[in-house]
Design a protein around this ligand. Structure first.
Ligand code: MG
Length: 269
């Protein structure tokens, strides 16, 4: 096809896109932003979307949160500012609140028994406590994890509560659930962890379970499953479990319902 003919066809296509877009918008009431996305798709295709950091990073975050991505090491460099905006803007707190709302909706359906054996398990980091003040100075997950620096941060015991989680925690307590805290932190961090939890507003948990000497080196899924199994063997009914990692929630002796909190900054296998 001659160049002039190609230009004509392109102009015709764009004109058609404009006309059909205006028509659809007026008839169906579709937002201009959504139509822009459709137009980008039609005219430029998948490659344009992959080149656009906002689209790429939102899709990357989707695969991370759904665990479609499986193991991943660092947040992509091109998504550092995306993750920063997500974590420090309203998006993270909104998603966290949505998860807490769904958790409470489920908890409302549970007939809590008078035997006090209905249990709810919470992870600690990025579930009850937010280490965002640490990650603000460590690249929002784009830098290799610095265990020594993070341990110093844990000793400070200054991580704030995730507000929606604190609210959920208190609601569940009021409804009669026994609260267990199951964390990948180690026994030597018990005092600092307890101090931080209390400082952030948490209280009256039934038990704080940390990695002991025999748990070292175990993958998180195995370690947490074993601890849940021990609770089941004690007679507890694990109604709900909340965690920011799939390894908090998968494996065996899983809760009746598991609730995944957002975390686009790191992955724990
Ligand atoms: Mg966690």
């Amino acid at each position: 096809m001659a160049a002039s003919a190609q230009n004509f066809m392109a102009a015709l296509f764009i004109s058609f896109t404009f006309v059909s877009t205006s028509f659809s918008q007026s008839i169906l009431g579709i937002s201009p932003q959504l139509l822009d996305l459709f137009a980008i798709n039609r005219v430029f295709g998948h490659r344009k979307i992959l080149k656009d950091n906002a689209f790429y990073c939102e899709s990357w975050r989707f695969t991370v949160e759904t665990n479609d991505a499986g193991f991943w090491n660092l947040t992509p460099k091109r998504c550092t500012s995306f993750v920063k905006d997500y974590m420090t803007g309203h998006h993270y707190s909104s998603d966290s609140a949505a998860v807490a709302d769904q958790s409470l909706a489920f908890a409302s359906t549970v007939k809590v028994s008078k035997d006090r054996m209905d249990a709810w398990i919470f992870d600690v980091d990025e579930t009850l406590l937010s280490n965002l003040p640490y990650y603000v100075t460590h690249g929002f997950g784009s830098e290799t994890f610095d265990e020594i620096a993070f341990d110093k941060w844990v000793i400070e015991a200054d991580a704030p509560a995730i507000p929606a989680s604190l609210k959920l925690y208190k609601e569940l307590q009021q409804r009669g659930f026994k609260i267990f805290l199951l964390t990948g932190r180690s026994e030597y961090q018990r005092n600092d962890t307890e101090k931080n939890l209390v400082h952030a507003g948490y209280s009256n948990w039934e038990r704080l379970i940390l990695r002991g000497p025999t748990d070292n080196g175990k993958p998180a899924t195995q370690y947490k499953s074993e601890k849940r199994k021990e609770l089941e063997d004690e007679g507890y009914r694990i109604r709900g479990s909340s965690g920011d990692q799939w390894s908090d929630l998968m494996g065996f002796a899983v809760a009746q319902r598991s609730f995944k909190l957002p975390n686009p900054m790191y992955y724990v296998a």
